[in-house]
Design a protein around this ligand. Structure first.
Ligand SMILES: [Zn+2]
Length: 122
């Protein structure tokens, strides 16, 4: 996930936002993935659909482990599909959305969703 990491040292102490791997808990630098699951894939269902938080992992073993965890907590039998994206593409799109409101996009439709944390799935 995106987390703040406390830093001490010159020029001053600060809290630094960073991508932290949800599998190994180390910082993800450069090559990584974001992964999440959604129920939006069902037959053009326009929602509101359900969606997990967005998780972060290193590519490779960490990413595969995280996807297995998501599949266990958000099973396909309940309509969940897992998705992923390269971290770099995620950051580019997020940066774009920082200054471009969905309401100003006259060609696209943005579907409402309900965020579902793992503890709500028990
Ligand atoms: Zn990792």
């Amino acid at each position: 996930m995106i987390e703040y990491v406390a830093r001490s040292g010159p020029p001053e102490a600060m809290n630094c936002p960073a991508f932290i791997c949800d599998t190994c808990r180390n910082q993800v630098v450069a090559e990584g993935i974001v992964t999440w699951a959604t129920t939006i894939g069902r037959d053009g269902d326009r929602g509101p659909h359900q969606q997990t938080p967005v998780y972060v992992a290193h590519k490779g073993r960490c990413g595969r482990g995280l996807e297995l965890w998501i599949e266990q907590h958000y099973p396909a039998a309940d309509g969940w599909i897992d998705l992923w994206d390269d971290l770099e593409d995620f950051v580019c799109q997020l940066t774009h959305n920082l200054t471009n409101a969905f309401a100003d996009d006259t060609e696209g439709t943005y579907h409402p969703h309900r965020l579902v944390h793992p503890k709500e799935r028990r």
